[in-house]
Write a protein that binds this ligand. Structure first.
Ligand SMILES: Nc1ncnc2c1ncn2[C@@H]1O[C@H](COP(=O)(O)OP(=O)(O)OP(=O)(O)O)[C@@H](O)[C@H]1O
Length: 236
């Protein structure tokens, strides 16, 4: 069996007294790309936020890279090798693309490693090199989305938690982003847990998917089986 990087067991979480996630179990192996599908309000973002430590679980366990991390704060999780890219942009609007990337590597002191990661960002998203001196706030929504992902990769993560990477992007840009994510997993062993509503475009890159409804996982299936289905609507 592939080595597990992330494991959720019996996870429950919510807001105030309102439970949102119920008895969730989920795994992500090293180098695996896993999708989390579901309609609006199914609990997908709450799941990512619970893993990252933005929402405190009420019961259940989260294990990351062999360590229990249930309820651990995001800043600590980043140090352990996990990073979350929320659906909204998080670029520093008044800084250049290059300065945004440098700031992303706040946890790394080696100049050589930082330069290597910047180079890697440019290889993944060539537009960032072309626009390296442009202020992030003047970039298009799609370009800022790519910059958000590149900033997160500057921390050198083992696991990327990605919330709706295709949101607001043209199909061509979604394809480019999915290709980049696939390369990171294949070439560097990066693991990805990706929340998406766009099943068709996501299936090209993922290894496995979970479907959520009403805060519960209702189905887990390998991508090759999913690709063989005529329709996905009955799975939501
Ligand atoms: N900060 C919050 N405070 C209270 N309730 C919240 C909060 N964030 C989300 N919820 C509620 O939790 C439930 C699950 O929301 P969540 O955002 O996790 O779903 P989702 O599957 O990611 O949906 P979407 O695709 O619309 O983002 C919803 O009923 C939502 O209203």
């Amino acid at each position: 069996m592939a080595t597990r990087l992330l494991e959720l067991d019996g996870l429950q979480a919510g807001y105030g007294r309102r439970p949102v996630l119920f008895d969730v179990g989920l795994t992500v192996a090293k180098g695996e790309i896993v999708a989390l599908f579901g309609h609006n309000g199914a609990g997908k973002t709450t799941m990512l936020n619970s893993i990252f430590g933005r929402v405190k679980p009420t019961s259940g366990t989260i294990t990351f890279d062999g360590q229990a991390i249930t309820g651990t704060k995001g800043i600590v999780n980043v140090k352990r090798g996990m990073t979350l890219i929320p659906a909204e942009h998080f670029t520093f609007q008044d800084l250049t693309v290059l300065d945004n990337l440098r700031l992303g590597a706040y946890n790394e002191s080696s100049r050589q490693v930082i330069d290597q990661r910047i180079q890697q960002s440019y290889e993944l998203f060539p537009i960032l090199e072309e626009r390296s001196k442009q202020l992030a706030g003047t970039m298009s929504g799609g370009q800022q989305r790519m910059l958000s992902i590149a900033i997160a990769l500057m921390t050198g993560p083992k696991l990327l938690l990605l919330d709706e990477p295709s949101l607001g992007l043209s199909p061509a840009l979604v394809q480019q982003m999915m290709d980049a994510i696939g390369r990171l997993a294949k070439e560097q062993g990066l693991s990805v847990l990706m929340v998406e509503q766009n099943v068709v475009q996501t299936l090209g890159v993922v290894d496995r998917a979970y479907f959520m409804r009403g805060g519960r996982i209702i189905l887990e299936e390998r991508a090759e089986e999913l690709r063989g289905r005529d329709s996905y609507w009955d799975l939501f």
